[in-house]
Design a protein around this ligand. Structure first.
Ligand code: SAM
Ligand code: SF4
Ligand code: SF4
Length: 337
């Protein structure tokens, strides 16, 4: 099943909660937020049914996200239900790592295949400034636990000029100690990033320049590019990634969609409208009816939000704060990143 730009539906980012125990400046900078009503959240049976619908249309990779996914009670039970679906080739999770040390064994035992932990700085004071609370110690414990459980992990870092752009090398060096592949994400002007400006974006080209200046020539391993990250190798063989969503978007090969914790389905990170699959589900739609609904929307998909944003001349924060307050679904922490 292809969309209007010939892209298949392969990846589903599944947000299990919009709540978070951090307040990252690039995602949740405001003092207060309106949360999704609890009664609107899909229960695990509902999530599982919807995942079956997506699987029947080609999805073979699911990533649990949030908000902070580890705040969702009894997450291993959901993982167990999803891991039992033989078609799923990948079942991963992106977490801020704070609660990971306590839960990693249960998640692995339930069938989670791998984890990505977000980590933007190795300095305690900077962590507090960036995320409101200094949770660096617990995040590092979570990363160590993931290393022990899986042997490897990915570490995602949003790079912001003037904030943490002097930590590219220290983060790669830290990654080496935990067999973590660091992926630098360009700062994006997604909903939620109300403080975004071009001046704070460190581009992929600048990142590569700085890393080459430190390590010597950086090469792109042949056939190693797996969107969204472009992967590179240092002279000692260490591999790292760059997700250049802002300066070199990869919309032309984007095979992912997003399901929020309350069952809204979005075809693009920048989509301003989604489809309420929870309503359809709770009205008693059959699997075939849901399948038809999802397939019909995917076939009409022509979203390429990041490319369109790049084409704009004068570019400011994507969604004005007033609009964000009226619809929390526009927020990055509701969409799952
Ligand atoms: N709370 C979890 C975490 O932080 O890993 C999962 C959800 S979070 C929304 C998913 C990813 O989105 C994180 O890696 C985060 O760094 C990224 N993200 C959020 N806002 C961003 C922005 N403005 N630009 C680039 N990446 C962003
Ligand atoms: Fe930070 Fe993730 Fe929470 Fe957003 S959802 S504030 S990126 S930890
Ligand atoms: Fe995919 Fe939209 Fe992101 Fe482009 S902006 S890569 S279409 S989610």
């Amino acid at each position: 099943m292809l969309d209007l730009l010939n892209r298949p539906l392969k990846n589903l980012r599944l947000s299990v909660t919009d709540r978070c125990n951090l307040r990252c400046q690039y995602c949740m900078p405001e003092a207060e937020y309106v949360w999704l009503p609890r009664e609107d959240l899909l229960n695990f049976e509902e999530i599982s049914r919807l995942v079956d619908v997506f699987i029947s249309l080609g999805v073979d990779r699911v990533r649990l996200t949030g908000g902070e996914p580890l705040l969702r009670r009894d997450l291993p039970s959901l993982v167990r239900m999803l891991a039992a679906k033989p078609v799923l080739k990948d079942l991963a999770m992106t977490s801020n790592g704070i609660l990971l040390a306590d839960q990693i064994e249960a998640l692995k035992e339930a069938g989670l295949k791998r984890v990505t932990v977000s980590l933007d700085t190795l300095h305690h004071d900077r962590f507090a400034a960036l995320a409101r609370f200094d949770e660096l110690t617990r995040v590092k414990q979570g990363i160590a636990a993931a290393h022990r459980a899986f042997g490897t992990l990915k570490i995602d870092t949003v790079v912001i000029k003037g904030t943490n752009d002097d930590e590219l090398v220290p983060l790669i060096e830290y990654g080496k100690t935990v067999n973590g592949e660091v992926r630098f994400i360009e700062y994006m002007d997604v909903g939620g990033a109300t403080h975004w400006s071009w001046a704070n974006v460190l581009s992929r080209a600048e990142m590569l320049e700085r890393l080459s200046a430190h390590y010597g020539s950086v090469t792109a391993p042949a056939n190693e590019s797996s969107a969204p990250a472009d992967r590179y190798a240092l002279p000692d063989g260490t591999v790292f990634g760059i997700i250049s969503s802002t300066t070199a978007p990869f919309c032309s090969s984007c095979d992912r969609s997003r399901l929020t914790a309350d069952g809204m389905w979005y075809l693009c990170l920048y989509a301003t409208r989604g489809t309420d699959l929870r309503a359809a589900l709770r009205k008693g739609a059959s699997v075939d009816e849901l399948r038809e609904l999802v397939a019909g929307l995917w076939r009409q998909r022509d979203d390429r939000g990041a490319e369109q944003r790049l084409a704009l001349g004068d570019r400011r924060a994507f969604v004005p704060i007033k609009a964000l307050k009226q619809d929390p679904h526009l927020e990055m922490h509701t969409r799952g990143g």
